[in-house]
Design a protein around this ligand. Structure first.
Ligand code: RM4
Ligand code: NI
Length: 285
């Protein structure tokens, strides 16, 4: 049976949705998935990291994200040292703000984790030693807040987590691997989609941003996200709607307009189709 690590075993009982787990060293760990997402930063040593059809060698400075439900395992461990930042994306109370316009953010947090390729690949994000030190400082700070849990720790930990994510997203673009370069170009197109969530965006435009022909852009986009650009954009809009339904009292028609629908009935139908609930039901739960 597939082993799934549970939220209740890895997060504080107070429900705060971020948790830091250091592995110095990382011991053998059987194949497993999680009910949460995991951001992993490799500090030293080596191993073979296996996830689905992919496997790649890890070394100090590698960074990757394993989303909920994705299986992974470490093999041939040699003094592997890493730190896991566990988080529950749906429970985080934070806004992406303009991070969505940073291509590296999409490459690291949306594209890489959802890759469905069958080819063996290498890790794509790699920090140089200066960047690694900077990232680990933020992790230390985050870990410290979570350990001390003094009043205000939630605010502080959130802020530090945001800083870490922002920093890593910027680093992604600074020295990409060849594989990372292609992902970054799709990331650029995603940023453009994100910035234009209220407008129509056409395929030619996106392809030219990614510096590809429309045909190969479609293919690369699909293999990276599993979706067409249109479907992806709809998904983004629905996610944003979920966030607004949860965190604001805005009327549903207004939310529909906010996220670029000009017909709220059409919005309701699309929302139900993708989440299984009407916006009203979703808000109640
Ligand atoms: C394990 C290993 C796993 C991680 C758990 C929390 O030692 O690093 O990948 O999911 O810790
Ligand atoms: Ni794991």
């Amino acid at each position: 049976m597939k082993r799934v690590l549970k939220v209740e075993d890895w997060f504080h009982p107070d429900g705060f949705p971020i948790s830091v787990v250091r592995r110095e060293p990382q011991g053998a760990f059987e194949p497993h998935a999680h009910e949460f997402a995991e951001l992993v930063i490799v500090m030293g040593g080596t191993c073979l990291h296996v996830s689905g059809q992919e496997s790649w060698e890890l070394t100090a400075g590698d960074v990757f994200v394993i989303n909920a439900d994705r299986e992974h395992e470490y093999r041939d461990l040699e003094n592997l040292r890493l730190v896991n930042i566990l988080y529950q994306p749906g429970q985080l109370k934070m806004r992406l703000l303009d991070l969505a316009s940073v291509a590296g953010y999409h490459a690291l947090f949306t594209l890489e984790p959802s890759r469905k390729t069958r080819q063996p690949t290498r890790g794509r994000m790699h920090l140089n030693s200066r960047e690694l030190v900077q990232a680990l400082e933020l992790v230390d700070q985050l870990h410290g807040e979570l350990e001390a849990r003094e009043p205000g720790f939630g605010f502080m930990a959130n802020a530090t987590f945001m800083q870490l994510i922002g920093q890593l997203s910027r680093f992604y673009g600074s020295n990409p691997s060849p594989d990372g370069k292609a992902l970054l170009r799709v990331g650029e197109a995603l940023s453009h989609l994100e910035r234009n969530i209220h407008n129509e965006v056409n395929l030619e435009e996106l392809a030219s941003i990614a510096n590809m022909s429309p045909r190969s852009f479609l293919r690369v986009f699909r293999s990276a996200t599993g979706n067409s650009p249109l479907a992806w954009m709809l998904g983004q809009r629905i996610n944003r709607a979920c966030m607004l339904l949860r965190n604001t009292d805005k009327p549903i028609t207004e939310i529909a307009f906010d996220i670029g629908f000009n017909d709220s009935n059409y919005f309701t139908r699309q929302f139900k189709k993708s989440t299984g609930f009407s916006p009203r039901e979703y808000r109640k739960r």
